[in-house]
Design a protein. Sequence first.
Length: 437
Amino acid sequence: MLMIILIIGSGGREHALIWLLAKDSRIIEIWCAPGNAGIAKERLQNGNLVKCIDIKTTDLSRLADFATEKKVHLTVVGPDKPIGLGIATFFRFRKLRIFAPEAALFESSKIFTHAFNSTHGIPQPKGQNFDLDRLREAEAFANSLTSGSVIKADGLFDGKGVVLCKTSIEAHSAIERMLVRDEFGPAGRHILIQNRLTGCEVSAHALCDGKNYKMFPLSQDNKGDGKGNMTGGMGATMRTTPLGGNDAMRIENEIIKPWHNACLEEGIVYKGLFYPGIMLTDDGFHLQNYRRFGPKVLEYNARFGDPETQVYMPMLNCNLLDLLDACVEGTLDKVDLKWKYGVAVCVVMASNGYPDSLTAGEPIFGIEQADAVPDTKVFHAGTALKDGQIVTNGGRVLGVTSWGVDLFEAKSKAYQAVGKIHCQALWYRKDIGIYAP
Ligand code: GLY
């Protein structure tokens, strides 16, 4: 069967998915809405280029009309917003096959997630939800959290709806910005306040078909600009080589499995990617002199992580489309999930001024030379084509991913490739790949 695929999104995550799908000779056309300059350069096995189509990721009607018109076999959704808007339910109503869960509340409501975890005994930070009518109680609750607090807008707010606070003054200011000054709009009119945890943050990913799940190896997303400002992930690492610890096993037993059982119990048919952000906290659990961290849920995402997907895709050693199709069909137990042996590291290059301001239209040189470094792929995010030249066009611009047998090799190649890219308007962190979970 020859197939046409539609990918929704424009980041490094979507480029990584497309790069792998383009290797599948059954796929005769890939469309990406809206895509970017790097995605538009990917070539399929039949010689066709991937085609970018200018449809907004939130324009569900146009996306569904397009998928119908083009007879798309499978639509794969990258970003959170269309999932939060209920694209999965909308597409399934239109009899269109889609890789995205209908349980949008896991992505779009922090309060729902917190309540779900409380009901099912899934470990998470202590927390309570509030609205403007309970402003003083919200402040008092934040004061009671002596190790700091996290103030979360209930809804999606472009990845900026979470404020980490060390002091009560910072917490009161965040609460006021959300509940009183309405700076976060409807997303921040209900808030969740949680205890701030310290430890090691990791990302878990599991494919789900409504009945079964298959978990990926753990990965880590390096958020922040290294100077204390929060950003989208500035790098990622993952390993398939055994580390000798039991973090993945504990996360599966204490979070993924209970969450999966809870979905079955509540009649939630979850078909898609489940990605909990997790803090490995010190809970005094000792095992064989190794790590003694207990996993707690920080957030749930109903989609692939970015930049995590940029390290997962090069390491996948089985057919991606078969896995995605199996999730939609409920046959995940019949498909193998296999990985190459080794470690992958992704270094993100971002526009100067990111996360506060953006520069666009600056030429980028050396991408081909970077791609020529062995076991390396440069994934595009905020790029555009201007008079035949790749230029910057967003916050996170490129994700330079390399892989090797160990962390040292993967990291060395990734930074060697970064060194070949020249653009006066890009910066990157120098400390990615110090650790792979
Ligand atoms: N890795 C962060 C995210 O995908 O939201």
